[in-house]
Design a binder for this molecule. Structure first.
Ligand code: GDP
Length: 362
């Protein structure tokens, strides 16, 4: 599962991406980590995992990985091929969800591409490019559907009406993900891989000195209102501040955060929000000398979860022994938990819950 970082030029995407990956894990921890400089895998901070680690003292401990892709190259007019144009848009098509970075910091070393700071205008510029692309996709589909209409089958007539609906709303500036769609329309949208259908969260990239007094900042309030109206997540941070934090050791970081009146690092808030945006939950495995946190889409079954550890385990799944972290934390002793009957045996239909500690038998 991948999160694509998008935004207008000089919004702070690369700064954010770099601080994410510098604070991240050594690349060789994850087999799917590539040498592509625009792709980074980071670990989610996880108190439950810390607790398991403290208890088991394993040789290796792996946090849940999350993959970010820095998608540069969007400028106004990208849908007409300006800038990296179509290349940029095809990268967006490949990611599962979007982190949309909006510039709220004034000044800085590089001027804003559009002159003054205006986050709502910037959101609209970027979204219109994606909307135009989606309209093109819909229009191509319509040509096909209209040819098929001649067969007289009802489903093609229905499809035209769905396409009409999507087109109309897109033309009014509404991203697909914010539309109220029926089931058949949802299916069509999934088939078309529309860009504005992807789950999205916003990052308000602030000046360092705006981190402290956010309640009186008009741009921030505008972004909060946009996010709230849409029911989308907004992460407020300063990319350059996060970059500085990464350089410090953990105690210094704590002090620095406290000084700024911040409760947590923006990067951690961003990672957590990205994880939730992808609808991921975490299960844990304690095997031999390794404790590991693994993400799965919410609703995954036990064999599907086992398959995330190793594909053999999906095919040859027999059963899982499961105890949720919250129960384990009460006893902190697997033997005691077993003898008290707190470890359950679950079959292939079991739906994994966030925080489950699993032993897969295969
Ligand atoms: P990109 O084009 O979106 O990848 O933007 P960059 O990450 O290259 O940032 C553009 C410029 O803005 C660089 O000079 C950054 O140092 C600066 N910048 C990025 N984030 C911040 C921030 O939070 N505060 C300030 N003051 N400057 C920033």
């Amino acid at each position: 599962m991948e999160l694509g970082i998008v935004g207008l030029p000089n919004a702070g995407k690369s700064t954010l991406f770099n601080s994410l990956t510098e604070a991240g894990v050594p690349a060789d921890s994850y087999p799917f980590c590539t040498v592509d400089p625009n792709v980074g895998v980071v670990e989610i901070e996880d108190r439950r995992l810390d607790k398991l680690k403290e208890h088991y003292q394993p040789e290796t401990c792996r946090g849940a990985p999350l993959k970010f892709v820095d998608i540069a190259g969007l400028v106004a007019g990208a849908s007409r091929g300006e800038g990296l144009g179509n290349e940029f848009l095809s990268h967006i098509r490949e990611v599962d969800a979007i982190v949309h970075v909006v510039r709220l910091f004034a000044g800085g070393e590089v001027a804003h591409v559009e002159g003054a700071i205006d986050p709502l205008r910037d959101v609209e510029i970027l979204e219109s490019e994606l909307i135009i692309k989606d309209l093109e996709t819909i229009s191509r589909r319509r040509e096909k559907t209209e040819r098929m209409l001649k067969t007289g089958e009802n489903k093609y007539r229905e499809e035209v009406s769905y396409l009409d609906h999507l087109q109309e709303e897109l033309e009014s500036g509404r991203p697909v993900r914010l539309m109220d769609l029926n089931e058949a329309e949802e299916e069509l949208v999934a088939e078309l891989f529309l860009l504005t259908a992807k789950p999205t969260l916003f990052v308000a990239n602030l000046s360092e000195n705006k981190l402290e007094n956010r309640e009186n900042n008009e741009s921030i309030l505008e972004m909060r209102q946009l996010a709230e109206e849409r029911g989308e997540e907004l992460v407020e941070l300063s990319a350059t501040f996060e970059e500085e934090l990464v350089e410090l050791d953990p105690e210094e970081q704590e002090l620095f955060l406290e000084e700024m009146g911040l409760e947590s690092r923006g990067l951690e808030r961003l990672k957590r929000a990205g994880y939730d945006l992808l609808n991921l939950i975490t299960f844990y495995t304690v095997v031999g000398d390794e404790v590991r946190a693994t993400p799965v889409p919410a609703g995954s079954t036990a064999p599907e979860a086992a398959g995330k550890i190793h594909s053999d385990m999906l095919e040859n799944f027999i059963r899982a022994e499961v105890i949720n972290f919250s129960t384990w934390a009460e006893v902190e002793n697997m033997e005691a938990a077993r003898s008290e009957g707190l470890v359950r045996t679950e079959g292939q239909d079991y739906v994994i819950q966030d925080g489950d500690i699993c032993y897969f038998k295969f």
